[in-house]
Design a protein around this ligand. Sequence first.
Ligand code: ZN
Length: 380
Amino acid sequence: MTATPTDRFAFDLHATDGMARTGVIHTPRGDIRTPAFMPVGTAATVKAMLPESVAATGADILLGNTYHLMLRPTAERIAHLGGLHRFMNWSGPILTDSGGFQVMSLADLRKLTEAGVSFKSHIDGSKHMLSPERSMEIQKLLGSDIVMCFDECPALPADRDRIATSMQLSMRWAQRSRDAFGDRPGHALFGIQQGGLEQDFRAESAQALTDIGFDGYAVGGLAVGEGQEAMFGCLDHATGVLPVDKPRYLMGVGKPDDIVGAVKRGIDMMDCVLPSRSGRTGQAFTRRGVVNLKNARHADDPRPLDEGCTCPACSNYSRAYLHHVFRAQEMILGMLLTWHNLHYYQTLMQGMRDAIAAGRFVAWEADFHAVRAQGDIEPV
Ligand SMILES: [Zn+2]
């Protein structure tokens, strides 16, 4: 292992097992152990969690959403107040998305041109513009440690012409993002591979990005409705054409089995709202699959959600209590289940990091699926 100065961004790959990798991303704000799961702090908060609680689950890095923050409270206001880390009281690394994906999925009256995307806010109808240059400016104002290129991607399925046109536009925007980002030691800029499920476009996109040169590479445009089998099929070749010595980030993924399959295929970083969003609706992720606390079978169950879990929800509360606070619509339901779900995800990542380092990922994965296949414990 080489010593790395802490004032710059660097990736040390420690071990590989098949395509799966484990290592550490060094940033001036702290190390990120990979494979890493990044909880999503959309509006400068991981909903229902204090930042120190998020850190206690084992998260090394959070994700913030440019689209939401630019509209409310605005990037300029956050910059004026000392940047996103100080504003939300999270001292570790933060990755921000470019806003591109959420503009296309949330905003009204979008108009896409070579220059960028103009749109109306879904909050108050105000008019805004996002371009590669404006996205870089906003992410700089926020103080993001890992900045994402501004890109565009079609929903799948889409025809080859539409995918090619979109990918080529994203590659021109990647160059403009690189130019606008400039030289910022300690901060990283990631390129985003596009190309839908088309193998040749994925390779072409990877080459274009590698020619420009980035600190990391995301696989974009997946988890947009194509299904797990198609996503894995795409990842089977999409990661292999990206540089070996830089982090690879699969955006917006996913369920636990999606994450395991992505790591198996060479992905180092992931993010998803699922553990926090599901927690607020009474769904818990466990080693034995999804448990729905809404279900009346839990009403008299004195046992913890998962007796093997060390999180506060499992250490101190029964299934009966979690079911009760779901029924009573108490806020503690979201607090406890978000904590549990994030803890479960981080435990999953640690299990994979250990297995890859020990060269036993295949056995670990078989065990992961075998325990899930048992299903939830029998009712009392
Ligand atoms: Zn738990």
